[in-house]
Design a protein around this ligand. Structure first.
Ligand code: ATP
Ligand code: MG
Length: 405
């Protein structure tokens, strides 16, 4: 187990000051898995004020902003920072999410027992001889080796305290390909109704993590009841198995919904208006006939070049046997070449050209441009400035009584 230099310095400094301290949680799990942790967290017997005193001098910098009442102090060294939290247990949970209060304790085992899964409830610290101490009271290392996700303690009790753990569990299993221990899985299904009390943006965060993870289809198939509770009428079976972006996966999951309902749900779960719009747009073109040039132009116009790979990944997931999609994709991408018209913005004439040509400013200008776009897409005219100006003037003269004086 290799600790980054800044983490090792912080743990040693706390130990030199007479406290105990360990790296804990996700960083220990990920290191054992041979992965690079997102961040390193340290847990210590020092109370927050004591931690602040230990790191009060250079080269360390201490920040103790909003985490302080939960015992967290952020310490940085050489531009790297680490959250250092006092060993704590949690009080009662009246909202199925956050403890009503936290209690500082002196035994690390008590701190580990409040953590969600055995693989997340391990703590490790470097020894002088290069080896390390491991505190693993719930068999996390063995579960990790067996690829098993198991709640710490009584799973029903743990998911009742904090229902978000259900989604965290699905996320970890999806990310690492773990099997969920049967008792833990049963409790996840049983406690799922409590998810209604979790803030939608937290649910959205976890869903994003789940859908980005490689094993999401298998795990969501096991927990289809939970997926369906969060996204009514969604279809886990349409999720692609290989690599696919979050947008493509979300669109597949929500493919059975109406575009409006999908957009509403994504906004509710705080996926952001851009993702919500893109997904709802994909759903509008869920069954569009891509063999038609005018349909491909509408796809190019409304979905945009930047989303085209995701859109075709979505269409491929819905119709894996449709071999024509490859050709439809190239034909659609070809629309983005210079000089090709697929919408009013790519038409070879603009409103200003029509004004210069003597057509007076009025809403009719917009109608003429829309009609020319339709005609170019339909193949009636080439996308050529002179051709289009002539057509516009002829069309305008034939339907307007041009004032003559
Ligand atoms: P990630 O790689 O996603 O950051 P992580 O395990 O580090 O995974 P964090 O949310 O960063 O997850 O939390 C750090 C640690 O805090 C976890 O490993 C776990 O021990 C504990 N923890 C976090 N959230 C909860 C929770 N809701 N209930 C119980 N323990 C939790
Ligand atoms: Mg983390």
């Amino acid at each position: 187990m290799i600790f980054p230099a800044y983490v090792q310095s912080m743990i040693e400094k706390l130990r030199d000051a007479g406290f105990t301290a360990y790296a804990v949680g996700g960083c220990v799990r990920d290191t054992f898995l041979g992965r690079t942790p997102n961040d390193w967290d340290v847990t210590t017997s020092a109370k927050p004020e004591e931690t602040m005193a230990v790191f009060s001098d250079a080269p360390f910098t201490v920040y103790a902003a909003n985490g302080l009442k939960h015992g967290t102090v952020t310490v940085s060294l050489d531009g790297e920072s680490c959250e250092i939290t006092t060993y704590r247990t949690e009080g009662t949970y009246s909202d199925h999410r956050r403890p009503d209060e936290v209690h500082f304790v002196t035994d690390i085992r008590d701190d580990l027992s409040r953590r969600d899964f055995t693989v997340n409830a391990m703590a490790a610290a470097p020894r002088a001889d290069g080896s390390f101490d491991l505190v693993d009271p719930f068999g996390g290392r063995e579960d990790l080796a067996a690829g098993l996700l198991r709640a710490v303690g009584d799973p029903v009790k743990r998911f009742t305290e904090d229902a978000l753990r259900i989604l965290r569990g699905i996320r970890f299993a999806s990310r690492y390909g773990f099997t969920v221990d049967p008792d833990t899985a049963r409790a996840m299904h049983e406690c799922a109704p409590l998810l209604e009390e979790i803030a939608p943006e937290r649910i959205g965060d976890e869903m994003r993590g789940i859908l980005k993870a490689p094993h999401c289809k298998r795990i969501l198939t096991q927990f289809e009841d939970i997926a369906g509770r969060l996204f009514p009428a969604c279809s886990v079976s349409l999720l692609p198995v290989g690599n696919a972006s979050l947008t493509a996966r979300l669109s597949c999951l929500l493919a059975p919904l109406s575009p409006e309902e999908a957009e509403r749900l994504l906004l509710h779960y705080a996926f952001g208006s851009s993702a919500a719009k893109t997904v709802s747009c994909f759903l509008r073109f869920r069954e569009a006939e891509l063999a038609r040039h005018d349909v491909r132009c509408a796809v190019a116009d409304q979905i945009g070049r930047e989303n085209m790979d995701d859109f075709f990944a979505f269409r491929r997931a819905l119709a894996p046997a449709d071999t024509a999609l490859v050709a439809h994709k190239s034909a659609t991408l070809a629309l983005f070449a210079d000089g090709v018209c697929y919408n009013t913005a790519t038409l070879a004439v603009r409103g200003a050209d029509l004004l210069v040509a003597g057509i007076p400013a009025s809403p009719k200008i917009g109608q003429i441009l829309a009609a020319l776009t339709r005609d170019v897409i339909a193949g009636k005219y080439k996308n050529d400035r002179d051709t289009l100006l002539r057509a516009a003037i002829a069309d305008y003269s034939s339907v307007s009584s041009v004032p003559s004086d």
